[in-house]
Ligand binder design. Structure first.
Ligand SMILES: Cc1ncc(COP(=O)(O)O)c(C=O)c1O
Length: 387
């Protein structure tokens, strides 16, 4: 049996009767940008996330970029993040005039390791006698931490927030893969000074095109972001600063409002698929299934295993028409475009090991028990054949 990596048509079949009239309504009003649906989605998403303010933007990448712009990085100021993430995380830091720095990940969760962050900051900063923190390299002083809730699992936010407080840093959460995930009773992305979300169609809350959102507890920052998304002006044709054209359009917002109402149910169904995988793959010594600390939940935007001979397993699954993907084969510190940052192989051992071992298996709310069994059977056969 072929098993697709993702089949969005199955999701659409469930909500078609809700989506079609909502889209038709947008067309009938001919109101496409910054209209009632966008406003309503911001209110509904903020309530769902437990955030004071939500600002719709054109993509998750723009959510990161605009949020970083609102922290006013001086040229080359540092933002500490993970190298094991989608490109946009570090690309946005560079495009906001900052300089990305990378700490290593935690082996169990694939997320930024608080120990590695501490170690990095201890080297970069000195503590004065009065307790204040001094950045040794003033040209690239660290201003913020940008944790990524990778695959849908929240980072160790208590630890990261405590470190940020100690060093006087902002925290911008990249929640582009974790809409709805909960850490100690709070939604990911609504814990730090700002959170960035992506509504790329393949995300667990995906639109019908590009889209993104920023949340923040600060009214001042929210007002700034509302300006930044319309070329930096509160009043049309009067520009306080140089901003962007980055709005979440009405068609996206209309679709996302419907999907948001189903999200908890879909996230539960994803978690059930993950449970079936955990059971089906238990006891295979060559496979490590996702580890979820007790104080948070995983929304399984991706279900990612570590696998011995990962590339061989991927080829084996593909030969059986089973989808499998590698997120991410090349960590950001090893990307050609970031060579100027001066990292070398071996600098981030856990990140590099993960990049060589991870494999994402099909996961979506509508994936059937039989399909999960097919994938698990194929994985067992791969290692069995080689025993
Ligand atoms: C971790 C992470 N950050 C940022 C982004 C960027 O989001 P978008 O594709 O909506 O620009 C993504 C999306 O793939 C992501 O996974």
């Amino acid at each position: 049996m072929a098993v697709p990596f993702l089949d969005l048509k199955r999701q659409y079949a469930r909500i078609r009767s809700e989506v079609e009239p909502a889209v038709a309504e947008v067309f009938s009003t001919q109101y496409f940008i910054l209209g009632p649906n966008g406003k309503a989605l911001e209110t509904e998403a903020a309530a769902y996330l437990g955030a004071s303010h939500a600002i719709g933007v054109a993509s998750g990448t723009d959510a990161l970029l605009l949020a970083l712009r609102a922290f006013d990085l001086a040229p080359n100021e540092g933002v500490l993040t993970t190298s094991f993430t989608f490109f946009a995380t570090a690309g946005a830091i560079h495009n906001a005039k900052g300089r990305p720095f990378f700490a290593d990940i935690d082996r169990a969760t694939f997320n930024l390791s608080p120990d590695s962050v501490r170690e990095f900051l201890a080297k970069k900063c000195a503590r004065e006698k009065d307790g204040t923190v001094r950045h040794k390299e003033t040209k690239s002083a660290i201003r913020g931490i940008l944790p990524v809730h990778l695959y849908g699992l929240p980072c160790d936010m208590d630890e990261l927030m405590a470190i940020a407080k100690e060093y006087g840093l902002f925290v911008l959460e990249d929640a582009c893969q974790s809409f709805g995930a909960v850490y100690k009773g709070r939604r990911s992305g609504a814990i730090g000074d700002a959170g960035a979300y992506s509504f790329f169609p393949t995300k667990n809350l995906g639109g019908a095109g590009d889209g993104g959102m920023i949340t923040t507890p600060s009214s001042e920052r929210a007002a700034r972001l509302q300006k930044l998304r319309v070329h930096g002006g509160r009043e049309r044709y009067y520009h306080d600063e140089i901003g962007y054209n980055s709005r979440l359009d009405e068609l996206q917002a209309a679709v996302l409002r419907i999907k948001l109402r189903h999200l908890d149910e879909w996230n539960k169904e994803r978690a059930n698929v993950a449970r079936l995988y955990n059971e089906g793959l238990a006891g295979i010594p060559e496979v490590v299934t996702p580890q979820v600390p007790k104080d948070r939940n995983h929304i399984y935007h991706q279900y990612v295993i570590r696998a011995k001979d990962r590339d061989g397993l991927k080829a084996h699954l593909e030969a059986r028409s089973i989808g499998a993907m590698i997120y991410y084969p090349v960590p950001l510190h090893a990307q050609k475009c970031f060579a100027f940052l001066g990292y070398k192989t071996g600098d981030l051992p856990e990140t590099e090991k993960a990049a060589a071992e991870v494999l994402a298996l099909p996961v979506f709310a509508e994936l059937s028990e039989a399909e999960v069994a097919e994938v698990c059977g194929a994985i067992r056969a791969f290692y069995g054949e080689r025993c």
